[in-house]
Design a protein around this ligand. Sequence first.
Ligand code: FES
Ligand code: MG
Length: 575
Amino acid sequence: MKKDKKRYRSQEWFDAADDKTAFIHRSWLRNQGLPNDQFDGRPVIGICNTWSELTPCNAHLREFAEHVKKGVLEAGGYPLEFPVMSMGESLMRPTAMLFRNLGSMDTEESIRANPLDGIVLLTGCDKTTPATVMGAASVDLPTIVVPGGPMLNGKYKGERIGSGTFLWNIKDKVSNEGYTKDDLMEAEGCSARSDGHCMTMGTASTMACMVESLGLTLPGAAAIPAVDSRKKLLARNSGRRIVEMVKEDLTISKILTKKAFENAIKINAAIGGSTNFIIHLKAIAGRVGVDLDLKEFDSLGSNIPLLVNLMPSGKFLMEDFFDAGGLPVVIKTMKEHLHNDAITVNGNQIGENNDRAACYNEEVIAQVNKPFKEASGIAVLYGNLCENGAIIKPSAATPELMVHRGRAIVFETVEDYHTQVDDPDLDIDENSVIVLKGAGPVGYPGMPEVANVDLPEKILKKGIKDMVRISDGRMSGTAFGTVILHVSPESAVGGTLAVVETGDMIELNVPERRLHLDISEEELIKRKAAWTPSEPALKRGYVKMYTDHVQQAHLGADLNFLNGKSGSGIPRDSH
Ligand code: FES
Ligand code: MG
């Protein structure tokens, strides 16, 4: 007797037309001690786990999967957990970003090749969220995300220390505040005191808020700390819900609409989210075929008030955000700006889901008429130095530097920068513009988070804390400063950035959205004609495929042949 009238995808395996094929697909699973009814046509739920000890931010997700399984079983589904490539931000070299697209391919193909009807994505560290969402979107089954949650607040010497954000101050702490090696060693443990991902509004928290804003999680999911019992409850409820989503055929493409993307851009601005959001959201939009131009991040987001006072833009951390009411408060507060009728995974509209949210701490989440900053989103710059765009996060930058003209000090690679930056003879002052080349998707390869280079020691010693910096790389979501990122086209493919020379004058005008290299048109043409590309980093393997096919930053840095989806059709027989 079939439990449901609908015939799900998994039945093409378990109730295959011929006995031999069905025997193969069922028999080996029996070694897990399964009764017959697991194959009776109930929804089969894949729990896609990015657990890895090499991704400490996701190290607790094995346990989480058990809570999801309980929920799936309670709702009458059949759960099957599987691992996919996990991209750990803190250990992977040259950068976890190099592997985001590979992780997405792993997710996509693992789902499609197997007898699965619905998907739960267990994510945490920065790249694990976009990678798995991109992969799942290219299959387009019902999908729900369970973000693993932030670590508890970091505390050291009585102060909050944010993961990542503290890191960018270390050079200054040692130079100016007398921090010793022992201090730093102790601070390491204090900034990572529980399971979970970075607890600043860095990229991991931004990604968790992104999936909640897109409607891919149950309401309130993003801010729950990893070790809070309510996170386990979220996992269990998500397990229950995905079974229903399969019955309702609520596929991911029904949730990832243009309205959902627009909501996500505005909410990201209100929370002071990471600049990496742009690249990941663009890549996800590319998978579901939603048209999203880089300019829309500016037109939709840049005038949104900053409502959340979290590092790196502010002073609190994710645990404070959760205690203050979390993302539901922001969504409710922002309702004038949002498409409140966007559908979410629980089948309800985002507006009704968050209608009853209450703010418990206005120092952490502001009212819309008393924001922490009037305008907080990302500004997209254009000019001869970035014909396809570059970005800056004004809320993390110095207001006085928003209009600036300075002399370029060029570093061809990040290694060049490291060897030269603290040379006392380096001809640089606080008005100079630091230009870092070779950090784009093709050039590094992988587009690492190196763009927020430290200031030279001799400038820090003067008490100066910020300078204009320009790069084709990315910046950690936990970082801050007047840093122009994602310059496109990048230097390695011959963008104007490639031909900037030390001594050139550069003009930045954020209010006018302009980034200009002040040399004559003839000189620019002459320099570009003389430019030759460097040898590729590797001529084989994944890195070769990546550098041959990666798109520029303004397109989301996905591989060009991964745009769109191949759907959830049943592959041909294996035996
Ligand atoms: Fe994993 Fe920050 S290093 S979230
Ligand atoms: Mg990061």
